[in-house]
Structures are given as structure tokens and as C-alpha cells.
Write a protein that binds this ligand. Structure first.
Ligand code: FAD
Length: 321
């Protein structure tokens, strides 16, 4: 029996969430008295993969082939399921990213496994059954879920489980996974990255703005604040719907769910659909000129005032700091 963790990378660099998933898988393996094995797919150097040893991973299975250089949902799911079978994995762990959300149900179907998406804690294991908490109803509730299938697939939200360095090194092994031509129903030919900016789902700090900013021409100060803080930028739905910002920045119930250490909301009212995507942030700072804005009810720190006055002052103060 083992725990298999799927490791994501961007252009050959392991993502921050990869280390979180590694730590989570290692901690479950410790509870079960077994080992955590990692699986990575793509053009990644051995030096990069051995870093996982420092997070409690003993062995890394590496799949590298020209066909699999870009993410192909069906093929990746087949490979992960096949590695889980070959290594007798009773638990498969992924990050609850765009790729993880697409892969997890496919893997669960192939393994006839129970699936928990968006777990927020380590499971309590009792025999074949495990109990774990997860967010429910757009983050408004925490559900406690019991899974008693013999194999379980679990995804954890980025930033919800700390990556802990343990020391140690991982052994990297090539893994030859059988993939069928039917696994390549969708082929991504090329990925052109639109921006070098910090990835929003994994960001430690997010600076987000809403309709209170009046128009796209006023986003320079949001970007400047984000640059000073080393933050990712985000926005409310009406802002991306209006084409002021790209849809990739839209957070909320119908957008990306983020859980950064710091979420700064500028000129956003705090409608429940927006809060659904941001309420698990560790610290929330709200800047709004309306004291009655609902966002203040969930804020850790609130500044009542005009964003066009406050944000430049904040940037100036941070630069002087
Ligand atoms: P507004 O509600 O217009 O608020 C603007 C805020 O800016 C106000 O609070 C105002 O006081 C403040 N303001 C104005 N001027 C200034 C200034 N100079 N300085 C400081 N503050 C100022 N929304 C999302 O964001 N994400 C979602 O995923 C999402 N999904 C939805 C799904 C459904 C099914 C539905 C029905 C709605 C969804 N919405 C979503 C929309 C949501 O209900 C709100 O309409 C939206 O979040 C409001 O965006 P906003 O706060 O930017 O704009």
C-alpha cells in the first residue's frame, strides 16, 4: 500500500502547490505507516524533482515524452491511474487547481475510487474508512465527509496546507505508462503565456479591485500596489465581464477560488458570490468608501475612504518601508 501524489510543474519548475501536495501526501502516509510516492509528467530535470525529497517523498516517478509535454487531461489521468495501480496506492492526492479539478474525477472513475474535492484538513483514518473536512456551498460551510471505498482520490486547495521541509532526498525513476491513442482526444499544440505575472490561485498575496475603480484606465495603481507587494492581481466578475480585466483574474463563485495569506479588496462591495471565492483568505483588507459595504463584515482590517486617495498613499508608504 502507498500514497501517490501528483506533482504539477510550470515550464519544468515545480509549482508551489506541488510541495504542499507532497507534504500532505507524506503526512497521510505517516498516519498509514506507509510511504508517499510522487508522480510528475513533463520536461522536468532530475535536480528539480529531487527537491521533493526535502518534503518527505522517497521516490519520484517521472514520465517524460514529447506527446506529454503539454497537459492532456485524458492521457495524464490514464498515467496517474496506472501508476496508482502499479504501486498499490490506496490514496491519490492532487492539488485542487484547474488541472487537478479536471484530473481527479477521471482518475477516480478509472480506479473506482471515492473522491473528495477541496479538502481542508488531513483525513482521520480508521481502518478502510477516512473522514476529512472540505469546503461546501461555495465556501459558506465546512462539510465532514466519510469515504469508505478502498481507494480514495483527494484534492486539496492551494495554500490550505503548509509545505514542511523534512530533509532527505528523493530517488527519481522513469515511469513508462501505457497511453492509448484514444487518450489524446484533445491535443494542446502550444501554450503561449500571456503574462509572466504571479499565478493567481497560488499567490501568497492578492490585490483585487472592483467596479469602484470606474474604468480600466485606473488599474495602473492596482498593478503598482501588486508589484510593490509581490502580489497577483484579481478582480470582481462585473469588471471582467466589462472587459476591463481578463477573465483569468475573475475570482468568486463563478471564477477562481483563492486562499492567499493576504487579500486586499479595493472598491469591491463584497457580494456573497464574490466572497465565495475569497473568504478562506487568511487576512482580508477592504478599502471601500461606503461604510455599509458588506465586505467590511468579513474584513480583518477595513479602510473607509476613496480608493483613489488611499491606494496611492499605501503604495508610497510601502515603498518607503
Ligand atoms: P459593485 O457591487 O458595483 O461595488 C462597487 C463597490 O465599490 C461599492 O461597494 C462602492 O461603495 C465601492 N466604491 C465606489 N467608488 C469607490 C471609490 N472611489 N473608492 C472606494 N470604493 C468605492 N461576482 C464576483 O465578483 N465573482 C463571482 O464569481 C460572481 N459570480 C456570480 C454568480 C451569480 C449567479 C450572480 C447572480 C452574480 C455573481 N457575481 C459575482 C456578481 C455579484 O453578485 C456582484 O454583482 C459583484 O461581485 C459586484 O462587483 P463589485 O463589487 O465590483 O461592484
Amino acid at each position: 500500500m502507498s500514497v501517490l501524489v501528483y506533482i504539477e510543474n510550470t515550464d519544468g519548475q515545480l509549482k508551489k502547490s506541488a510541495f504542499e501536495v507532497a507534504s500532505y501526501g507524506k503526512d497521510i502516509a505517516t498516519q498509514l505507516g506507509t510511504e508517499a510516492i510522487a508522480l510528475a509528467i513533463g520536461d522536468i530535470s532530475s535536480d528539480e524533482l529531487t527537491k521533493l525529497g526535502n518534503y518527505g517523498i522517497a521516490k519520484v516517478l517521472h514520465v517524460s515524452s514529447a506527446d506529454l509535454k503539454t497537459f492532456v487531461n485524458q492521457a495524464y489521468a490514464s498515467i496517474i491511474a496506472s501508476a496508482a495501480k502499479q504501486h498499490n496506492a490506496s490514496i491519490v492526492v492532487l492539488s485542487n487547481t484547474f488541472s487537478g479539478k479536471g484530473l481527479a474525477p477521471r482518475i477516480a472513475t478509472k480506479l473506482e475510487a471515492g473522491l473528495v474535492a477541496g479538502a481542508t484538513s488531513l483525513p482521520t483514518v480508521s481502518g478502510d474508512s477516512f473522514e476529512v473536512t472540505k469546503t461546501a456551498f461555495s465556501n459558506k460551510a465546512i462539510a465532514s465527509v466519510t469515504v469508505d471505498s478502498s481507494i480514495k482520490v483527494i484534492t486539496i486547495n492551494p495554500n490550505s496546507y503548509a509545505a514542511t521541509e523534512t530533509g532527505g532526498s528523493a530517488q527519481v525513476e522513469a515511469f513508462n505508462a501505457p497511453v492509448e491513442s484514444s487518450d489524446f482526444g484533445t491535443i494542446v499544440k502550444d501554450i503561449v503565456r500571456a503574462t509572466d505575472k504571479i499565478s493567481l490561485p497560488e499567490a501568497d498575496i492578492v490585490v483585487s479591485a472592483g467596479r469602484g475603480l470606474k474604468g480600466p484606465e485606473n488599474w495602473a495603481m492596482v498593478e503598482e500596489l501588486a508589484n510593490v507587494l509581490g502580489a497577483a492581481t484579481a478582480c470582481s466578475k462585473p469588471v471582467s465581464d466589462a472587459g476591463w480585466r481578463p477573465h483569468s483574474e475573475h475570482v468568486g463563485q463563478t471564477g477562481i477560488v483563492v486562499s492567499p495569506n493576504l487579500y486586499i479588496a479595493i472598491g469591491i462591495s463584497g457580494a456573497i458570490q464574490h466572497l465565495a471565492g475569497v473568504s478562506s483568505s487568511k487576512t482580508i483588507v477592504v478599502i471601500n468608501k461606503d461604510l455599509e459595504a458588506p465586505f467590511f463584515k468579513v474584513a480583518d482590517y477595513g479602510i473607509v475612504g476613496d480608493a483613489f486617495v488611499i491606494v496611492p498613499k499605501l503604495i508610497e508608504a510601502l515603498k518607503a518601508y
